[in-house]
Design a binder for this molecule. Structure first.
Ligand SMILES: [Fe+2]
Length: 369
């Protein structure tokens, strides 16, 4: 990574905030505060959490300043406050919330002017601007979480009509053969990446095959009709023999060419078996990624549990990755239409519970060679 100048960091922070606020601009305060689902935070919590995370890292930790609202931060701690409780918390709302966002940003920029973010910076959080990259990625990742909730808001219309347009991949369902051998997995030591992507290490893979494009709605429809499986989240019968999508209160016919979205890991795994194939491991996915077309529309469930790489070291805090390692979470790779492009990279590991469907999750199929 070429270290960003302070001006570039300030501009990127401003751009991330413009995007967040534009996403929420069509909503009123009642909609921001409303609990739409027990597995998603009210948008006001996400927004306050974005500002509070910024305050915690860029103002309190790096700038050694006191927080603006005393103990408020504990209500924005994602581990301490499960999603189903967040609507009831005494969090900031309405004008107070907007003022907090602006006040934190002002202090962030004050601190940025003071600190050394060069490659020789003593504090590893500041070295090559790590903590600023982390904050940018955090806000951008929360944009996707917000878009998960926005799927449930009837009549939501994005300010930018390009946002939220799912594009069909190039037609064609051919399979690519990947040779067996040693593959480098993970992120190199330099440049921004999360702790769970490191260290870079090699993995021995047997030869395998992987589909060039993700599973389409057409294939998923066939699977549902033949097996009686549950349709994906947001699919409803159209009254005839077909299906409509009901996101944001719409009733649009499904596009058979689009990748299927909003399926659980269990459903992805069942579809793979029905198709006589299997899900790729996350290492197979990463090894094949330079040759995959049609990524970046749907997150792709893999067969892998979310585990530490050999030699893993938690940085900058164990609650980012370490507390989630184990067999409870499955890894997703790639990225969805709702993922900001700056967040996507081949080594990025997303994870979730195998029953979850509110995420923008799809399927890519693999098979032994
Ligand atoms: Fe967060």
């Amino acid at each position: 990574m070429t270290p960003s100048s302070k001006e570039a960091i300030a501009e990127r922070l401003a751009e991330a905030r413009r995007f967040t606020l534009e996403l929420l601009q069509p909503l009123d305060d009642e909609q921001l505060n409303r609990v739409y689902s027990p597995i998603l935070s009210p948008l006001a919590w996400d927004l306050g959490h974005i500002a509070n995370f910024e305050e915690l890292w860029l103002v309190q930790t790096v700038g050694e300043r006191e927080p603006l609202h005393g103990e408020l931060g504990r209500f924005y701690d994602a581990i301490e406050n499960p999603r189903k409780t967040r609507g009831e918390l005494p969090i900031l709302r309405d004008t107070e919330l907007r003022t907090y966002l602006a006040d934190v940003r002002e202090r962030t920029l004050e601190v940025l002017a003071e600190v050394d973010i060069g490659p020789a910076a003593e504090n590893p959080l500041l070295r090559e601007g790590f903590v600023y990259e982390m904050l940018l990625a955090h806000e951008q990742q929360h944009n996707e979480t917000m878009l998960q909730l926005l799927q449930m808001v009837d009549g939501y219309e994005p300010v930018d009509p390009e946002l939220g347009v799912l594009r069909a991949p190039e037609p064609g369902s051919e399979t690519i053969s990947i040779a067996g051998g040693e593959y480098e997995i993970g992120a190199p030591a330099r440049g921004f990446a999360y702790d769970n992507e490191r260290p870079l290490h090699s993995i021995e893979l047997a030869p395998f095959q992987i589909d060039r494009t993700p599973v389409s709605n057409a294939t998923y429809t066939q699977f549902v009709e033949e097996t009686g499986a549950e349709p994906p989240l947001y699919w409803e019968r159209d009254g005839g023999g077909g299906w409509v999508l009901t996101n944001m209160g719409d009733r649009d016919p499904i596009n058979p060419a689009h990748p299927v979205l909003h399926v659980s890991w269990h459903e992805a795994d069942a579809l793979a078996r029905w198709a006589g194939k299997r899900l790729p491991s996350e290492f197979e996915w990463e090894a094949a990624s330079p040759q995959l077309e049609g990524t970046g529309q749907a997150w792709e469930w893999t067969s892998s549990d979310f585990l530490a790489y050999p030699g893993f070291e938690a940085f900058p805090y164990p609650e980012y990755s370490q507390v989630f390692f184990g067999d409870a979470h499955k890894v997703l790779r790639g990225g969805s239409w709702a993922t900001r492009r700056a967040v996507m990279r081949p080594s990025f590991r997303n994870w979730d519970l195998p029953e979850r469907r509110q995420i923008f999750s799809g399927i890519r199929l693999a098979a032994d060679a």
